[in-house]
Structures are given as structure tokens and as C-alpha cells.
Ligand binder design. Structure first.
Ligand code: GAR
Length: 197
């Protein structure tokens, strides 16, 4: 069974999608560790509820990010992952982390390649639609490089806007599509996508 480590910072709905897919047998992985950089991340509760090992690992107390990233890499390495999945992880990883795991770190970003990097991508795309600048957006899962929300794409989904949809409904629709994409892309990156029904 392939082992994944999932890094989270927030609500963890994408972590939940991975937990559920693994429990259903749709994704043949063991979630070896869930790491959060935020203590109050609901994702941690989801992990505990699923009986998964968790680690709260805050940046606070570190003089510099590179030292934090190197220590984080050591903790993640100890879980012997085949793949590291950033699922709403809101800390930019430097080469001090990434160099330990070549082509082993993937990230979910709620926009198409090159569009709306960083935070609040769903809201920013919605606002661009309202200004008449775009009529679709999308989602990617990509290999992580030092540049934020960039890197070779593993899987993507195009999501067209719908007239008169509220931001809340649009966000819900995007999240539903994310939950499918993260499971599929994790399987693809691990080379076990044929186990995906
Ligand atoms: C998701 O919408 C994910 O695409 C986004 O954070 C959210 C986490 O939700 N990631 C980024 O914006 C990365 N730049 P979750 O905690 O419910 O999985």
C-alpha cells in the first residue's frame, strides 16, 4: 500500500475526500500522517476522528523559514511517504523542504495554470467573472516548485461560471469538484489511478 502524508491548514474538506476515498477502497493509500501548521485547523479534528496520526507543527518559534522547512522535512520523512499532498496547506515551501522530496510533493490550487496564484483564488476568479473578464475558471493539482501554485500539472478541471450563481454556491460547486480532482490526481501521481473507480 502506498503511503501519503497530507499537509493542511484549514477546514480539511479535501483531506476528508482522501480519507473517504481510502476507506471506500477507491484510492489504495495509507494516510501515514496529517500535518497542520495551524492548531485550530478543523482538518486536525477530521484526522483524529479517522484515527490518523497527526502533527501540529507551527512556524512560530522559528527564527527563519528555511530551518522550519528543514525540520518539517525531517518529520515528514520519518513517515516514509511515497507522496506528500498539500491540501489547503497555506505555507510556501522552500527548497529546504522540497529538495528532500523530488517529484513527490503535489498541491491542489483552485484556479487554472498561471491564474490567481496565492490565497482567495475562488473569490478572485468570481470577481473577475463579475467584471466580465473571464467566463470560466478551474482547478489544478500540480507538482510543487518554489514558485507559488505553479509547476507541472497532473490533473485539471475547467469550471464554467453559471449566470446568477452566488459566490457561496459557486464556492460549494468548486469544492465538490476539488474533492474529485484531489483523489484522482493523487492516484495518478502515485501511478495507482487504475485502482480508481
Ligand atoms: C481549497 O479550496 C484549496 O483549493 C485551497 O484551499 C482550500 C482548502 O480547503 N488551496 C489554495 O488556495 C492553495 N493556494 P479545505 O481545507 O477544505 O481542503
Amino acid at each position: 500500500m502506498k503511503r501519503i502524508v497530507v499537509l493542511v491548514s484549514g477546514g480539511g474538506s479535501n483531506l476528508q475526500a482522501l480519507i473517504d476515498a481510502a476507506a471506500r477502497g477507491d484510492l489504495a493509500v495509507e494516510i501515514a500522517l496529517v500535518v497542520s501548521n495551524r492548531k485550530d485547523a478543523y482538518a486536525l479534528e477530521r484526522a483524529v476522528h479517522a484515527g490518523l496520526p497527526t502533527l501540529y507543527f507551527p512556524l512560530r518559534g522559528y527564527a527563519d523559514r528555511e530551518r522550519y522547512d528543514a525540520d518539517l522535512a525531517a518529520r515528514v520523512s520519518a513517515a516514509a511517504p511515497d507522496l506528500i499532498v498539500l491540501a489547503g496547506w497555506m505555507h510556501i515551501l522552500s527548497p529546504a523542504f522540497l529538495n528532500h522530496f523530488p517529484r513527490k510533493v503535489i498541491n491542489l490550487h483552485p484556479a487554472l495554470p498561471g491564474a490567481f496564484p496565492g490565497t482567495h483564488a475562488i473569490q478572485r476568479a468570481f470577481e473577475a467573472y463579475q467584471r466580465g473578464e473571464i467566463d470560466y475558471t478551474g482547478l489544478i493539482v500540480h507538482y510543487v516548485i518554489p514558485e507559488v501554485d505553479a509547476g507541472e500539472v497532473i490533473a485539471q478541471t475547467v469550471v464554467p461560471f453559471e449566470p446568477d450563481e452566488s459566490l457561496e454556491d459557486f464556492e460549494r460547486r468548486m469544492h465538490r469538484r476539488e474533492h474529485e480532482l484531489i483523489v484522482r490526481a493523487t492516484g495518478l501521481a502515485l501511478g495507482i489511478a487504475e485502482g480508481f473507480r
